[in-house]
Design a protein around this ligand. Structure first.
Ligand code: ADP
Ligand code: MG
Ligand code: ZN
Length: 604
């Protein structure tokens, strides 16, 4: 049902209501009048006075009416219109000795009674109508039109959150600053003809402050904040979610500039062709969302922010330019980030001066912002429980255990020993990437656990776009992949499970060198696998006999062995450098490419 229909319905109901009220009021008035007053003829009045039945008389010199009471009928007032002038009436009353009589001159009295009898009830009915009308539209909305959802849309005019409340996450904040600017003065962008970004997607593990950041953007820009969670869109009835989306955008556009925030967007934005079971409702909702995002005019200053911790399952249509064309990565905080977050939250509770937040920040790699906020709060609760006025260091330490152990997130926080092992592992990758001529430059090394299973990672930056890869480059790639494990062996003398991914990668590359790219002497340029089939089940199709397969495996083994040994040798030669680097990495948890090079330069 659309809005016009709804309006018409409302008007019709209003008219019917008004007629009913007026008829009712006339009836009530007449009934009340007949209960309280009785019109009589003047002659009757005279008879009653002469018979001595009248106990009190009130002559209204203003309206010329006589009101009187009769014996035994106290609740009723008799009214009559005298046909004689009032002095004659008075003389007549005196003659028969009516016990009480007075004269009044109020004419306003009529207005007052009019007010009490008509206007006041009308007002009461009007107020009642408003309540009734509200209930009516709500009912219609819920049961008939699946339309309005005003009650559910969560709009805040002022979120009260600023960027200063979000600690760390500098990169994320930086990329959101532009959106704040855009909301402040959209004309600056339209003048130059720039197309405004319609939306940004905040991506990151749970509890890293995505929701907080979205609120901070609204707070900084001073615009209203509409927020809804993806799961709220997915309703029981097909079509309801779509209606909600429509409604949300309609309301937002009326309030532009503003921010529309869709939390947990993966609930609706899941890739449409991924699941076998169709979900009509979700699909419709997603389609509506896509349509709305295309439809609205971003120059008015409506910016859509989405948040998810599972970007990989989102429908590609959502991510293409013109929709969520920006991606803001919100990461698990590193040591400085953790310290900053602890400080932000520590401000809200009374802390003893002796508290060292650094110690807490140090021992919590892998903890999210929400975990850290929780630690502070838990510490405050502990202090209260122990009747103390301030939070002390040991409260924090106890809280740390409660939060980390109480949550299943324990697996994300590494022990110092594991941390050291991860540091060596990552430095192994990084160091090999650095000294091998054909490997890509090191961009970033981190030992902050990620959600996707990796305990750390080394990011390499490809120098230039490559279409051809040489044999040397492939060998170096393999060596870099294997260097993680090699470093564990060289530096610690023990191996861990942390190399599973590396092994898979190295093996895949080696296999390709043998079977597809013809890079071995034994097989020369024989195509042993055809890559064309890889879309069918993800595996290349084998073109050779079982014996050849065995030989392929031997070749792969040889390549891997050679590169593994190469990595070990290189690391052995540079053991001290790796050791120095590892101290830095353990301290800072993240090293940029430049820092890595600087430390190397300083220590050679
Ligand atoms: P997400 O939406 O990413 O799951 P939230 O934004 O809901 O996480 O964060 C939950 C809480 O954790 C916040 O209300 C805040 O108290 C705290 N928090 C998370 N990250 C930060 C941060 N970077 N700075 C300050 N507080 C944070
Ligand atoms: Mg959230
Ligand atoms: Zn590795």
């Amino acid at each position: 049902m659309n809005d016009d229909d709804l309006k018409k319905k409302k008007i019709r109901a209003g008219i019917i209501y008004a007629v009913v009220v007026i008829v009712l009021m006339i009836l009530i008035n007449q009934f009340m009048n007949s209960m309280q007053t009785k019109d009589v003829l003047y002659s009757e009045f005279k008879t009653m006075v002469s018979e001595g039945k009248v106990t009190a008389v009130e002559i209204n010199t203003g309206s010329g009416e006589i009101n009187f009471k009769v014996q035994g009928d106290d609740y009723k007032v008799y009214i009559t219109d005298p046909t004689e002038d009032l002095t004659t009436v008075t003389a007549y009353i005196e003659k028969y000795k009516v016990p009480e009589y007075t004269g009044v001159t109020t004419e306003t009295n009529i207005w007052l009674s009019l007010l009490i009898q008509w206007v006041l009830p009308l007002l009461i009915f009007a107020v009642l109508w408003r309540f009734l009308a509200k209930g009516l539209t709500k009912n219609m909305g819920d049961s008939m039109s699946f339309g309005k959802s005003n009650a559910k849309i969560y709009a805040e005019n002022e979120t009260g959150v600023r960027f200063a409340d979000v600690a760390g996450e500098d990169e994320a904040k930086e990329s959101l600053v532009e959106i704040v600017d855009l909301l402040h003065n959209p004309q600056k962008y339209t003048e130059i003809g720039a197309r405004m970004p319609k939306g940004a997607l905040l991506v990151g593990p749970p509890g890293t402050g995505k929701t907080l950041l979205a609120k901070a953007v609204a707070g900084e820009a001073g615009v209203p904040f509409f927020s809804m969670s993806g799961s709220e869109f997915v309703q029981m009835f097909v079509g309801m979610g779509a209606a909600r989306v429509r409604d949300l955008f309609k309301q937002a556009q009326e309030k532009a500039p503003c921010i529309v925030f869709i939390d947990e967007i993966d609930a609706i934005g899941r890739s449409r062709d991924q699941s076998l079971s169709t979900n009509d409702e979700r699909e419709q909702t997603l389609n509506q969302l896509l349509t709305e995002m295309d439809g609205f005019d971003s120059s008015k200053g409506v910016v859509i922010l989405g948040a998810t911790n599972r970007p990989e399952i989102l429908d590609p249509a959502l991510l293409r330019p013109g929709r969520f064309d920006r991606r803001v990565i919100v990461e698990i905080p590193d040591y400085p980030g953790r310290l900053a977050i602890l400080k932000v939250h520590a401000k809200k509770v009374r802390m003893s001066d002796s508290v060292k937040l650094e110690a807490i920040a140090k021992t919590t790699p892998g903890a999210s912002g929400a975990d850290l906020a929780n630690i502070i709060n838990e510490a405050a609760l502990l202090a209260v429980r122990k009747n103390r006025k301030m939070v002390e260091q040991w409260d924090l330490e106890e809280a740390l255990e409660v939060v980390i152990a109480g949550n299943v997130k324990k697996d994300r926080v590494l022990s110092p020993k594991e941390k050291r092992s991860v540091a060596y592992h990552e430095l192994g990758h990084a160091f090999l990437a650095h000294i091998l001529p054909c490997a890509d430059e090191v961009h970033k090394i981190t030992i902050i656990p990620r959600t996707k299973g990796a305990l750390g990672y080394t990011m390499q930056l490809p120098g230039e776009e490559k279409y051809l890869v040489t044999r040397e480059e492939m060998e170096d790639q393999i060596a870099v992949s294997l260097a993680g494990r090699a470093a564990e062996e060289v530096m610690l003398g023990q191996v861990s499970t942390g190399a599973a991914n590396d092994i898979e990668q190295a093996t895949t590359t080696a296999r390709r060198m043998v079977t597809i790219y013809g890079m071995t002497d034994r097989f020369d340029m024989v195509g042993l696998e055809s890559p064309s089939g890889q879309y069918l089940d993800g595996r290349p199709v084998s073109n050779c006999s079982a014996e050849t397969q065995t030989q392929i495996d031997q070749e792969i083994l040889a390549i891997i062995k050679k590169q593994h040994q190469r990595a070990i040798n290189l690391l052995l030669e540079n053991k001290e450098k790796v050791q120095v680097l590892s101290e830095y990495l353990l301290e800072k948890e993240t090293l940029t490419g430049e820092e890595f090079l600087r430390i190397l330069a300083e220590n050679s």
